[in-house]
Design a protein around this ligand. Structure first.
Ligand SMILES: O=C(O)CCC(=O)C(=O)O
Length: 337
């Protein structure tokens, strides 16, 4: 595989526009309803150098250079316990619903309410099957306030601003991943996120992968293939091993795959773009590998409304238009006038 330059990648992506698809990245809870707002649906040319020119954002020059060269950057312990609490509260609500459901179905007799966040979901499914688990989705995209607060967290948005400038749209695709032990669908095959939206944005969508517990080799941390972030979108197929339709890069490209495991402590983030090749391994621990992957793009790109309602998360030019929680809950992409 021959890496190409950013300019070439943008040109290829523009040519790929005709190649439409309605795959929804994990999308167990993808929402296909219409959205309201003033964000233009058209993809417009994005000038990366100009967007970065002001030097705003929280990343150091070294971190930006590492991202530009290697295709990813790790921000260790970016979030503290208070930053992660809204996410944990939302997950707690969902886990309670699941426990109730399993109890009603006669699959469990104990809702494991005494179990901690780190193990409760694993404890609930300990004696059950993959299918029992997958009934609730391999990843979740509920519209719960904790997810809005996480996506809007200034520590995350500041880091993204260093990479794409201060006009930022939160892409509708975000996934809470409850990777429980023993469920095959927890491991994600080699892929590029862009294979889920090959006909969309010409410019990279930035993924911010946040670990809510320590992500380790044992519990299935992310593995990145460095320097693949300027690669064109490679042929892929829907994976058949897990039966969950993950996209998987054609094995012909994987002979030279260089997997760099990226274990990180809780609260850390890995930033990479939607062409960077990555995967994750199975969870062999006894706890849940909780993570949430968020996505951001410059405004003026395809908002991918068919995948749900994203929102304006930062605008240096029009700060009053930035969506608040009530806008997001109502699926408005910008602050109501
Ligand atoms: O969380 C994982 O295990 C995989 C995440 C991933 O593939 C993604 O965020 O695109």
């Amino acid at each position: 595989m021959k890496p190409i330059t950013l300019a070439e990648a943008a040109a290829i992506a523009a040519l790929e526009q005709h190649h439409d698809t309605d795959l929804s990245h994990d999308g167990d809870h993808a929402d296909h309803s219409h959205t309201h707002g003033r964000i233009p649906e058209l993809t417009v040319a994005f000038d990366l150098a100009k967007a970065r020119a002001g030097g705003a954002g929280s990343l150091t020059a070294e971190q930006i250079a590492f991202y530009d060269t290697e295709g990813y950057v790790v921000l260790e312990r970016l979030l503290n316990a208070a930053d992660m609490q809204p996410f944990r509260d939302s997950v707690h609500l969902r886990t309670n619903e699941i426990a109730e459901d399993l109890l009603r179905a006669g699959l469990i007799s104990d809702k494991c309410e005494a179990s901690p966040f780190e193990t409760r979901l694993a404890d609930l499914f300990a004696g059950l099957t993959d299918q029992d688990f997958l009934r609730f989705g391999r990843s979740w995209r509920d519209r719960l306030p904790g997810y809005f607060h996480l996506i809007s967290n200034p520590k995350i948005v500041d880091a993204v601003e260093s990479l794409i400038g201060g006009e930022i749209f939160a892409n509708p695709v975000y996934n809470t991943r409850p990777k429980v032990p023993g469920v095959a669908a927890g491991a994600v095959p080699w892929h590029q996120d862009k294979s889920y939206w090959p006909g969309a944005n010409a410019n990279p969508v930035i993924t911010v992968w946040v670990s809510m517990v320590d992500a380790t080799l044992e519990n299935g941390c992310l593995h990145i293939w460095p320097r693949t972030h300027n690669t064109r979108v490679l042929d892929w197929h829907a994976d058949t091993y897990t039966g969950t339709g993950y996209t998987e890069i054609d094995p012909k490209y994987l002979k030279d795959a260089r997997a760099v495991p990226v274990p990180i402590p809780a609260g850390s983030a890995i930033l990479f773009n939607d062409r960077c090749i990555h995967m994750s391994t199975p969870n062999l621990s006894k706890g849940v590998r909780w993570s949430c992957d968020l996505r951001y793009q410059p405004t003026g790109q395809d908002p991918m409304s068919h995948l749900g309602a994203g929102f304006l998360v930062r605008s240096r030019q029009h700060p009053h238009r930035v969506a608040q929680l009530d806008d997001w809950l109502a699926k408005r992409t910008e602050r109501a006038a």
